[in-house]
Unconditional design. Structure first.
Length: 607
C-alpha cells in the first residue's frame, strides 16, 4: 500500500469524529454556554437584590418623612427627601435596564448554545468503516461522552433560563413621584419589603359605602406606626367626632375575640388579632368599608397547648401585629407566632415555647427588610431565658438569636437609622441595648431602667428616650460601643414617669403620659421640665402626634386633642362611646381605633 493510500485509510483518525467541525462546535457550545450561564447568574442577582432592597421600600424615606411631619417647616429635610427619591429612581431605572438588556443577551446566548450543542452531537457521530471491531470502538465512548455533556450542559442552561427569563422580563411599575409618596404614608422604617398595594384596579373598586371609590389611606404597619414613634405622616387627621350621634364615624364593626393590640393598616386593609385561652385568631377588615374580609385561626402544627394563665390587664392577645405589605405577622401570650398572606392563607406558624412572664407576653412585633423581629423577654436576668429573635419573614426560619441579660419585659423594639446604619434598640430592666439587625450582634448598652418595663423607646435627632417609673426618663446619645452608661446619657428626669404609656417626641419636646392622667412635657435637648397638665381620666393608649396636635385617648374612649406648642391648649374632646385600651392608628384623613368590642374608623363624612 502506498503512503498516500495509508493516509487515506487512517482518515478519519482512529476514534475521531466524522466531521472536522465537531471540535469547534463543542468549543462554541461551551463558551457560549458559560456566557449564558454568567448572564443568568447576573440576572438572578439583579432580581434577588432588587427584591430584597426594593426601591419602593424607601425605608430611609420613612424616617425622613416622620421627621418632616414633626417639623413641616424644615426645608433641609424636604430636600433630603427629594434627593433620596431621585437616588431611588436612578437605582430603579438602572436595574430595569440591566434586566432588559440581560434578557436579550441570555436569549441570544441560549439559542447559539443549543444550535452549537446540537451540531456537535450530530458531528460527533462516526462514519462506518471496515476496520476491526476493537479499532472501531477505540475512542468512541469518549466522543459520545463529549457530545452528551454538551447536550446536558445546554439542557441545564435551558432550565436556568426558564427560571430566569420570567423574572428578568417582569416590568415593575415606575416609582411614584415625590409628591405622591408624600401624599401617602410610607411603611415602617423596620419593614422588610414594601409593595404599595392595592393595584390601580383594586384601588378603584367600590367599598360598599354607597359605591363610592376608595381613597388612598396609607400605611401604619406596626405598633405606634412608622418606626414605632407614634407620629403620623399626615396632618389632615380628624379632629371632631362623636360616637353617640355617629358624627365623624365612618363605620364600626365588631371584633370577634378580645385583644388589647392596636390596629395596623396597609392601604386597603386593617389587621387585628384576638384570643382567648383556647383560641387565637387574626382578622382582616376592609379599611374603607369595615367589611370583614377574613377571619383565620392560628394553627401551629404539633402544638395543641392552650394559652397560659395571664393577667386580665394583659390578656391573651396584647401584642400588636406587624405587616410588610405582603404578609401580616401575629404573636400571642402562649408563644404562638403566625404569618398570613393578604388573602388569609396561613403561610407558616410556630411556637416559641411558653414564656415565663408575670403578666403575659405583650411586646409587639417589628419588621426589618426580610426579618421578623421578636423581643422575647421572660423570667429573670439570672435565668438567661430572654432573647431577641430574627425570623425569616417568608418561612419562619430563625436567622439569628441573641441572648439578652434582662428579665421579663413588655416593651416593644424599635428599628431606627442611627449613625447612618439601621439599629434595633430595646428596653428592659436594667438596659437599653442596641443591636445590628443584620446578625443580632450587640453594639452598645446603657443602664438606666428598673422594675417592670412596659413603655417602648422613641428616637429623634440622635437621642433615644427611655422611661419607666423606676427610676427615670433618660436621654441617650446614640453611638459608642460597650457600656455607654457614663458617657452617653446626657440628661435624666424623674417627674411624671409613666408605667405603661410610651413616650412621644418631635425632637424639640418629649411628652410623658401617666396611667392616672398626668401629661408632662420636657425640653428634648436639655431635659428641662416645661409644663404639666392633669386630666380627670386614666390612659393605657400611648400619646400620638399628627401635624401640630397631640392626641391622648383615655380608657373611657375620650380623645383629648391638644396643641403641641408650649401652651398645650385643649382643642377638642371627642367621645367614642366605648372603652379603649389600645393605641390608635393615624392615616390619611382617618383614625382607626380598637374599642373593647368594635373597630372604628373616624373620618370626614362624604358630602
Amino acid at each position: 500500500m502506498s503512503a498516500s493510500d495509508e493516509k487515506k485509510a487512517d482518515f478519519p483518525p482512529k476514534g475521531g469524529p466524522a466531521n472536522v467541525w465537531y471540535r469547534p462546535a463543542v468549543a462554541t457550545a461551551v463558551v457560549v454556554g458559560l456566557f449564558a450561564l454568567t448572564v443568568a447568574v447576573l440576572l438572578i442577582w439583579n432580581y434577588v437584590t432588587g427584591t430584597a432592597a426594593d426601591p419602593l421600600d424607601a425605608a430611609e424615606l420613612t424616617v425622613l418623612k416622620a421627621e418632616l411631619a414633626a417639623n413641616p417647616a424644615d426645608e433641609s429635610k424636604r430636600q433630603q427627601i427629594r434627593s433620596k427619591d431621585l437616588e431611588l429612581r436612578k437605582e430603579f431605572l438602572r436595574r430595569r435596564a440591566l434586566a432588559h438588556s440581560g434578557t436579550y443577551m441570555l436569549a441570544a446566548g441560549l439559542v447559539v448554545c443549543l444550535i452549537a450543542a446540537g451540531y456537535a452531537a450530530e458531528a460527533g457521530k462516526k462514519l462506518p468503516r471496515p476496520v476491526p471491531k476493537a479499532e472501531a470502538d477505540d475512542g468512541q465512548p469518549r466522543q459520545k461522552k463529549l457530545a452528551l455533556r454538551s447536550v446536558v450542559g445546554a439542557g441545564v442552561i435551558l432550565a436556568v433560563a426558564a427560571l430566569v427569563l420570567p423574572m428578568a422580563a417582569e416590568k415593575p411599575a415606575l416609582l411614584p413621584s415625590t409628591g405622591q409618596m408624600q401624599a401617602r404614608s410610607v411603611v415602617d422604617a423596620t419593614a422588610e419589603r414594601i409593595t404599595l398595594k392595592p393595584t390601580t384596579a383594586e384601588a378603584t373598586t367600590t367599598s360598599g359605602l354607597a359605591g363610592r371609590p376608595r381613597k388612598p389611606i396609607g400605611v401604619w404597619p406596626r405598633f405606634r406606626g412608622p418606626g414605632g414613634l407614634g407620629i403620623s405622616a399626615y396632618a389632615n387627621v380628624p379632629t371632631d367626632w362623636d360616637g353617640k350621634t355617629k358624627k365623624g364615624i365612618l363605620w364600626r364593626t365588631p371584633v370577634p375575640l378580645p385583644g388589647r393590640n392596636s390596629p395596623v393598616v396597609w392601604e386597603d386593609r386593617v389587621f387585628l388579632t384576638g384570643a382567648t385561652k383556647k383560641k387565637r385568631e387574626v382578622y382582616c377588615f376592609d379599611a374603607d368599608s369595615g367589611k370583614a374580609l377574613w377571619q383565620r385561626p392560628v394553627v401551629v402544627p404539633g402544638n395543641d397547648a392552650e394559652s397560659l394563665e395571664v393577667a386580665s390587664e394583659t390578656g391573651h392577645a396584647a401584642s400588636t401585629a406587624a405587616t410588610d405589605g405582603k404578609r401580616v405577622f401575629a404573636i400571642f401570650a402562649n408563644g404562638d407566632v403566625a404569618c398570613f398572606d393578604f388573602q388569609g392563607k396561613q403561610v407558616w406558624a410556630r411556637n416559641l415555647g411558653a414564656p415565663e412572664n408575670t403578666y403575659g407576653h405583650a411586646s409587639s412585633l417589628a419588621v426589618w427588610q426580610n426579618l421578623l423581629l421578636i423581643q422575647y423577654d421572660q423570667a429573670s436576668a439570672e435565668d438567661s431565658k430572654s432573647v431577641l429573635l430574627a425570623m425569616d419573614a417568608a418561612t419562619g426560619t430563625v436567622r439569628w438569636q441573641t441572648g439578652r441579660p434582662v428579665g421579663n419585659s413588655w416593651s416593644s423594639p424599635i428599628v431606627v437609622r442611627l449613625e447612618e446604619k439601621w439599629r434595633i434598640v430595646t428596653a428592659a430592666n436594667p438596659w437599653v441595648i442596641a443591636y445590628d439587625p443584620a446578625d443580632g450582634s450587640e453594639l452598645w448598652r446603657a443602664e438606666c431602667l428598673g422594675g417592670d418595663v412596659a413603655p417602648s423607646l422613641v428616637y429623634a435627632d440622635g437621642l433615644v428616650y427611655a422611661v419607666n417609673t423606676d427610676p427615670q426618663l433618660s436621654a441617650i446619645r446614640t453611638g459608642g460601643s460597650g457600656d455607654v452608661t457614663k458617657s452617653h446619657i446626657i440628661w435624666t428626669a424623674e417627674d411624671g414617669l409613666p408605667d405603661i404609656c410610651s413616650p412621644l417626641t418631635n425632637g424639640k419636646r418629649v411628652w410623658l403620659l401617666t396611667t392616672d392622667g398626668l401629661l408632662t412635657c420636657y425640653d428634648a435637648k436639655t431635659g428641662k421640665r416645661l409644663q404639666e397638665k392633669e386630666f380627670d381620666a386614666s390612659f393605657l393608649a400611648s400619646p400620638a402626634l399628627a401635624g401640630d396636635r397631640l392626641y391622648l385617648l383615655s380608657t373611657k374612649g375620650i380623645m383629648y386633642i391638644l396643641s403641641a406648642d408650649a401652651e398645650h391648649k385643649e382643642l377638642n374632646r371627642c367621645n367614642l362611646g366605648e372603652e379603649v385600651s389600645a393605641s390608635p392608628a393615624f392615616l390619611d384623613g382617618r383614625i382607626y381605633i380598637r374599642g373593647e368590642k368594635h373597630l372604628y374608623c373616624i373620618g370626614a363624612q362624604d358630602k
